[in-house]
Design a protein around this ligand. Structure first.
Ligand SMILES: *Cc1c(COP(=O)(O)O)cnc(C)c1O
Length: 355
């Protein structure tokens, strides 16, 4: 049976990226060797990481003066690496959910943290809007897509300090005005690759301004100087990232992805709003195009398990909601075809008819 993978992360990847990776694991560039057993400093792998870096710059129109890094440690390591490198006195954070909270927690170890606003009182079901970011902070940190609560910033904010953004779950899903950001980071396993690599895009001139000693592995400058090869990079996830980026480029780049993502989200949200059994959990204006969270309407609560089983029988996996929201979460990242979203919509309609 065809599977429809709605997992939140690790999550769906383009079939082409998976097949190309499988091939390279068996026989990398016809070398007779596996991608897993060749030197990261050899010319074949060097070409991979060089092209991946170039495609990141091309697809996101990264301006001059920024470096692109492929690091280990996941987005979670960035929660501490960002303040380690950038927080001298004070930083501002927007609290939009679990991941933002973790970032805030880490930053507090390095300096003063101003939480400019939070939607905690409403279980992070919306993105706060009327707040001020102090002018004198080192940076303003945002989580552009809240994977767990299904809310997303629809575009780039305008604030005086430079922004630092956790784009783990919506990177490459829309055009981004990189110039507004000092640093963008993203764990790969949502929209880019398999787990194991973290993409960092950093403006060179913001580095080197803090007075503390930074251990080498946590120092962006060291990684920039080493071309992401200060130590052995996660070769296989970088290879898969390159294949995803090639697929993205061949399919209209981030503008093309945004168009498809809007179309996919529209059919799913409109079914959630129409269907008597279901309701969305996120504020309508902040609804994520990547993670669609919904629950059973009050009168139908007891049908939750049944619907999950019903969907599973139709090949749908990963639909169970995160425990902090409950219900369902359909993650419909870049690689998710509209046909799979339609299959979910059809299942919702069919399930409604039988109840
Ligand atoms: C998944 C996720 C993370 C955590 O990523 P790891 O690579 O597991 O550390 C952080 N932020 C956001 C927005 C995420 O979706």
């Amino acid at each position: 049976m065809q599977k429809h993978n709605f997992s939140a992360g690790p999550s769906i990847l383009p079939r082409e990226a998976i097949e190309a990776t499988a091939q390279a694991v068996l026989n990398f560039n016809n070398s007779g060797l596996s991608l897993m057993e060749v030197s990261h400093r050899g010319k074949d792998f060097d070409a991979v990481i060089t092209e991946a870096r170039a495609l990141v710059k091309e697809l996101l129109a990264v301006p001059e003066g920024y470096s692109v890094l492929f690091l280990g440690g996941g987005a979670s390591l960035q929660f501490c690496m960002v303040p380690f490198n950038l927080l001298e006195k004070k930083a501002a954070y927007l609290n939009t959910g679990t991941w933002a909270n973790k970032a805030i927690k880490e930053a507090k170890g390095f300096g003063e943290v101003v939480e400019v606003a939070s939607s905690k009182e409403a279980n992070f079901s919306y993105i706060p809007k009327n707040y001020t970011v102090p002018d004198d902070v080192d940076y303003f940190h945002v989580t552009t897509n809240n994977t767990i609560f299904g809310t997303e910033l629809a575009g780039d904010l305008t604030v005086k300090p430079y922004m630092v953004a956790d784009m783990s779950s919506d990177i490459f899903s829309r055009p981004v005005d990189v110039a507004r950001y000092g640093l963008i980071y993203a764990g790969a396993q949502k929209n880019l690759s398999c787990a194991g690599v973290t993409l960092v895009i950093v403006k060179d001139e913001i580095l080197g301004k803090v007075s503390r000693h930074i251990p080498s592995m946590l120092d962006y400058k060291i990684h920039i100087d080493g071309d992401s090869m200060y130590n052995t990079p996660p070769c296989l996830p970088v290879y898969t990232a390159l294949q995803t980026l090639k697929w993205l480029k061949a399919n209209g780049g981030v503008a093309g992805a945004q168009k498809r993502n809007k179309a996919k989200a529209a059919i799913l949200y409109s079914e959630i709003d129409r269907n008597k059994l279901f309701k969305g959990t996120a504020a309508v204006e902040d609804r994520s195009l990547m993670n669609v969270c919904f629950v059973m309407n009050e009168a139908y609560q007891e049908l939750e398990k049944d619907f999950l089983a019903f969907a599973q029988e139709r090949g749908m996996v990963g639909l169970k909601g995160h425990r902090s929201v409950g219900g369902f979460r359909a993650s419909i990242y870049n690689a998710m075809p509209i046909e799979s979203v339609q299959a979910l919509v059809d299942a919702m309609k069919e399930f409604e008819k039988t109840h």
